[in-house]
Design a protein around this ligand. Sequence first.
Ligand SMILES: NC(=O)c1ccc[n+]([C@@H]2O[C@H](COP(=O)([O-])OP(=O)(O)OC[C@H]3O[C@@H](n4cnc5c(N)ncnc54)[C@H](O)[C@@H]3O)[C@@H](O)[C@H]2O)c1
Length: 250
Amino acid sequence: MKKIDFDFKNRTAIVTGGAQGFGLDIAKRFLSSGAKVIIWDTDLKMTQKAIEVLNNPNLSTNIVDVSNFKEVEKCTNEVIKNSNIDILINNAGITGPTASLWEYDFEMWKKVVDINLMGTFNCCKTIIPNMIKNNYGRIVNVASVAGKDGNANASAYSAGKAGAIGLTKSLGKELADKNIAVNAVTPAGAKTRILDQMTKEHVQRMLSKVPRGRFLEVEEFTSLVCWLSSEENTFSTAAVFDISGGRSTY
Ligand SMILES: NC(=O)c1ccc[n+]([C@@H]2O[C@H](COP(=O)([O-])OP(=O)(O)OC[C@H]3O[C@@H](n4cnc5c(N)ncnc54)[C@H](O)[C@@H]3O)[C@@H](O)[C@H]2O)c1
């Protein structure tokens, strides 16, 4: 795939869930485009691996659970002591188990919504005051086509992602008079570790709905996120950008 040059020099980006999958690829592209990147993730082993793979002095990391407001607030305060936060990619997420709603474990349902929705809220709430102060910010909330269509046996995930889409629409309007853009992206299935959390049949069902007839590649996803995160995105905000290979056409 031919890649466009993005200029992220002098920009600092937080990428949640950046230790692997989509987040890791976004972090890699931001770094190679000149940004300073801070990965926030709960997985220590994968974070250490990401540090090795990315091997870049402009990368730093924190082990932080985005669903824990106090932890997020502490990490935000540490960053803004030395630097502004220009870009926030709310990418950390889990699918939770594949189960019908009435058989879903109560605590798991809550956890899935806490990470996918409250995690996005927590990061936005702590970081946006810094963006307002600098009148600059680009926020991308990684939702899912599940949040638009609703996937059977994934009610917690679909609800959490639908919530993140609603949050994006409200927040984008609240910040529209500033140079701060807030958008959501709704990918279809890509071959990352998150697929291990679902049954093979569920993954096959998801794939069968995609007119392109294949999984999304992480690099294809990163391209869209990069444009939304760039200075060139001067108008789009409060919007939902689809990247589902034709599955979801609204
Ligand atoms: N891969 C897909 O098919 C797909 C499709 C649609 C949407 N998404 C969304 O894309 C995002 C990235 O997913 P991925 O496919 O790269 O998955 P992944 O499992 O490869 O990566 C997710 C990362 O998030 C981290 N994480 C989980 N809970 C966290 C928490 N509470 N705090 C901080 N970090 C946490 C994990 O440790 C992991 O490193 C998720 O929000 C996911 O819902 C993925």
